[in-house]
Design a protein around this ligand. Structure first.
Ligand SMILES: Nc1ncnc2c1ncn2[C@@H]1O[C@H](COP(=O)(O)OP(=O)(O)O)[C@@H](O)[C@H]1O
Ligand SMILES: [Mg+2]
Length: 214
């Protein structure tokens, strides 16, 4: 079963948000999921520890440990979601070399778009070594409603080869920003704003499963 790594060298891109939400979304569908927190800040492991519904999580950050342990963990769990660090380090490389799918959330700002090409470079290096693997999917996160920045961002991302860029975006939504402080996810909060965010993020996760043929 799949290992999905969430990678982007920029902090604030939404890696931990995606990792925690994807894990919770799969878990709600009855799947057995493990989150591997590979970021020294440990945001996703702290977040998951405070959720009412227990999502298993292991902190594994050393590249050698990831390369050795990830393939074993996938025998134990149906899905392994790895939350990547805010740097393109050997840890990121180990994750990309082991993952079936790399998800790259990217903010629609010039600096973030430019640095996304460094992430894509690492993915392409792995794809050359592994004959096409891992699959890769990018999407614009934290797009501000009513601006054209997201369309421009999608165009820029589409110039990068071997990576699927989604038309779907995840907008900047207060309810998503509040989830960490509320020890929750949009899949566990009630109310219409949570519902809107839930549907938006779910579209992105469904595309990820399509890419994986899962
Ligand atoms: N779509 C979004 N809308 C609102 N806030 C978001 C969104 N995505 C991420 N955030 C917030 O942005 C900050 C950085 O997100 P995080 O997932 O921690 O990024 P990373 O792990 O890449 O550093 C967090 O405070 C998070 O709540
Ligand atoms: Mg993070």
């Amino acid at each position: 079963m799949p290992i999905i790594a969430v990678i982007n060298q920029k902090g604030g891109a939404g890696k931990s948000t995606v990792a925690v939400h994807l894990a919770r979304w799969l878990q709600k569908q009855g799947k057995s999921v493990l989150v591997v927190d590979a970021d020294a800040q440990c945001s996703s492991s702290k977040w998951l520890a405070r959720l009412e519904n227990d999502v298993p999580c292991q902190i594994l950050q050393a590249p050698d440990v990831l390369l050795d342990e990830l393939p074993k963990l996938i025998d134990e769990y149906n899905w392994v979601i790895a939350d990547g660090p805010a740097a393109l380090s050997e840890t990121s490389r180990a994750l990309i070399l082991t993952a079936d799918l790399v998800i790259v959330p990217c903010q629609p700002t010039g600096v973030d778009l430019e640095s996304a090409s460094d992430t894509v470079r690492l993915i392409q290096q792995a794809q050359r070594i592994r004959r096409g693997e891992p699959k890769a999917m990018m999407f614009v996160n934290r797009a501000v409603k009513g601006t054209k920045l997201k369309d421009e961002a999608i165009e820029v991302l589409r110039l990068m080869p071997n990576v699927m860029v989604l038309d779907n975006v995840l907008h900047q939504r207060q309810i998503i920003a509040d989830c960490y402080g509320q020890n929750s996810t949009v899949f566990d909060l009630s109310g219409s704003t949570a519902g809107i965010a839930r549907r938006e993020i779910e579209q992105i996760f469904k595309k990820a499963l399509e890419v994986l043929n899962a």
